[in-house]
Design a binder for this molecule. Structure first.
Ligand code: SF4
Length: 422
């Protein structure tokens, strides 16, 4: 890279320490899609014991002071003003809905501030953070600065007055914000008094993303979720009573072969009871660094095949009689089309599942492989690593030849592709 003075915007920032804000790694897919502003309210997970989750393993949970959050919000404001200034300088409109324009602005800022973004840079973590901040703010501007997401896994655990103060400050600093969302543990909802949840909602907390995973207590216990189905249901219904919208995550496959049936039925029962605004399907993926992996190796946990997971999802949808909106917007799912408003779209969703199940065994294998490959390429680019490329080619050839080991080869290739998704 080299400096191009006429295609550069110099940031008007005096104190580098005060112009970047912390960002964690995870947010719900729709928050990335909506280009939400990301503010890290706490670090990592205060529970951190779920057997199917490795997001924060080995990382210590930390509260952040409200003063730190305010400093981060101020840094986001500073960067937003600079991005707007760059936009106007290059003759754009300071709002930037166009992706090409957004790229030009990003480039101009990177060009104009080599010591911040690329020159002689020794700390890759800091560089990633600065780039992440820039992308977040430029894209947020493009989306109209309407939504914000509070990271990490359970912001609700903050003391209520502190969380309220942070949310109010966020809204005062960015009056365009219409929706503030966060992850939360149902146990925390369960413990928080209704009056406090109402205060949080009144301050501006619009939605919580909560992981039910399963409505079956045996599964919740085995997976060390730390909450019963009943506590989960009471907690999230209380949040809804306070006016907070709820997005529930469920995990087909989590009961393994042993609990598959009851896992689907009990999950549907609890979802019906809660009637959450959203139900998000997030099928289980077992990676090597999950606590659950060892239990798979010893045979203590029997993983379902992809077709069995599809059966479980079918059973779940068949038994839902709530008025939630169902989404499959997570990369671990095979059938993204299973989406719609209940009850009216129930048949449509079941038809998508039926259509998959009506395929011949070889067609199913090909569908599975192509789906995973397409997602992988969308996320990580066309080129596959050598070993992975070999696995995929072998699997594809075995399908074309209708070889007896085609299923085993597809399973191997799909499993390797999926490892990257976690
Ligand atoms: S509470 Fe959430 S983030 Fe924490 S370990 Fe469980 S699934 Fe992972």
């Amino acid at each position: 890279m080299w400096y191009q003075p006429d295609y550069a915007h110099r940031l008007n920032i005096k104190d580098l320490d005060n112009c970047f804000f912390e960002m964690g790694s995870t947010a719900p897919p729709n928050e990335w899609r909506d280009s939400s502003l990301i503010i890290r309210a706490t670090r990592n997970c205060p529970w951190n014991r779920c057997q199917f989750c490795n997001l924060y393993k080995g990382k210590k949970f930390e509260y952040r002071k409200v003063a730190e959050l305010k400093k981060d919000i101020d840094a986001a404001r500073l960067l937003l003003d600079e991005v707007k200034a760059a936009s106007l300088k290059f003759g754009f409109n300071g709002e930037e809905e166009n992706a090409w324009v957004r790229r030009q602005i990003k480039e101009a800022i990177i060009q104009g501030n080599p010591e911040i973004y690329w020159r002689d840079f020794a700390d890759p973590g800091l560089l990633r953070l600065r780039m992440g901040n820039l992308e977040c703010i430029v894209d947020w501007l493009g989306s109209g600065c309407k939504t914000a997401f509070l990271q990490d896994s359970n912001s609700l655990i903050m003391r209520t007055p502190e969380l309220i103060e942070a949310i109010r400050y966020l809204k005062e600093t960015f009056p365009t914000i219409l929706r503030i969302t966060s992850y939360a543990r149902a146990k925390t909802c369960f413990k928080k008094p209704l009056a406090e949840l109402k205060e949080l909602h009144d301050a501006g907390l619009s939605r919580l993303h909560v992981g039910l995973e399963s409505g079956c207590d045996e599964v919740l216990t085995e997976m060390q979720k730390g909450v019963t189905a009943e506590e989960h249901s009471i907690g999230t219904r209380k949040a809804m009573e306070a006016g907070i919208s709820i997005s529930e995550y469920v995990m087909p496959g989590l009961g393994g072969r042993k609990w598959s049936n009851i896992h689907a039925l009990e999950t549907a029962r609890v979802l019906n009871e809660m009637n959450a605004d959203f139900i998000r399907i997030r099928s289980l993926i077992i990676s090597k660094n999950l606590p659950l992996f060892e239990r798979c190796q010893t045979g203590e946990f029997e993983e379902l095949s992809e077709d069995e997971v599809v059966d479980e999802i079918e059973q779940l949808i068949q038994n839902l009689n709530c008025r939630s909106y169902v989404l499959s917007d997570y990369i671990s799912n095979l059938l993204f089309g299973v989406e719609g408003q209940l009850p009216q779209d129930k048949e449509k969703m079941l038809k998508i599942i039926e259509k998959y199940k009506a395929r011949s065994p070889m067609e199913k294998l090909e569908f599975r492989l192509r789906q995973r490959l397409a997602i992988y390429r969308r996320m990580y680019g066309e080129k596959l690593m050598l070993k992975l490329d070999g696995l995929v080619k072998e699997a594809m050839e075995s399908i074309q030849k209708e070889a007896p080991d085609a299923e085993a080869r597809v399973n191997r290739a799909v499993s390797s592709l999926k490892q990257k998704f976690i």
